[in-house]
Design a protein around this ligand. Sequence first.
Ligand code: M6R
Length: 369
Amino acid sequence: DKGGWSSFMAKEINEQPEAVANTVRGRIEGDHVVIPELEALGDDVLRGIDRIIIIACGTASYAGQVGAYAIEQWARIPVEVQLSHEFRYRDPVLSDRTMVISVSQSGETMDTLMAVKYAIERGVKTVSVCNTQSATIPRESDAAVYTHAGPEVAVASTKAFIAQITALYLIGLHLGRVRETLAPEDSAAAVAQFETLPEKVREAVETHDQIAQLAHWMADTRSVLFLGRHVGYPIALEGALKLKEIAYIHAEGFAAGELKHGPIALIDHGQPVFVLVPSPRTAPLMHSKIVSNIQEIRARGARVIAVVEKGDTSVLPYADDVIRLPLADALFEPLLQVVPLQWFALELSTAKGLDVDQPRNLAKSVTVE
Ligand code: M6R
């Protein structure tokens, strides 16, 4: 039941505040994160981990990339993200101190399941971040940290993505506490961010009307680029994937720093570019670098759509459109920035008269390798 929405995807974008709140619920004690499913693995095991590999496909892999920054920062463990279908073929270096965290909405993605089985055979501890209770991947894994986004019907993943980032952050905070790498004040600050996040995600959802206007003007667009830095980079990749999937538009995401190493040659008059601008308060250095990137592409004729935090006026002289989001700490900005990009894909798909929920050639759950 679409509950009055025009598509399941629209309904699910709108459900994102609850997806975050429900994934956090029951996992906070005072100023700390405590995940019972990880506790069950034993603190000694968690203290002994010297490397984490996140395995996932598609949108789940982008959630993994965002999560990797946070886990490294809080738990001081090197984290790498590998696509599930690439994992086995590289004969990965694994030991009994490696932890593999799989991320999967369905818990049935065959590529990810095979990678998890491979890790288990090699004696590695496996943790599953999954949205579907009792799916195959969490059942096979040593621990399951469920996302509580509720059933996701649209092929394009939205609320599951936000819930996956949330769960990976909680895992990072849990590991940081157990390993004593996380300062109590940083733990308290992250917990405080989680408390206000659902309300901020709601505000991000309310960018819909502005984005619908934008998509309306851009209905004939044939190519869109997305730029981000740090945690904004995987969000750029996710914004591009959404557009490919449901609007069948060529789109690419880049790390903003890569621009001058090649992609800037693509910038031509009128080329639309979404730029995810980090907060000038919490990430001043990255912010100033992104503002220079905006100036560079604008000088070459790009049509700049800047996604900024409210009150950041630095981009106004160079942006054609500005999408404003509530203030959040740097690591929490991706959970807000992705929302207007989801709306943009949905609205362009709708403007082209396509089936938003059932894009061509795609299945909700990819159960073949
Ligand atoms: O069920 P999973 O999270 O394992 O699915 C992984 C990908 O197939 C999935 O995220 C896909 O990229 C989505 N259709 C993206 O919107």
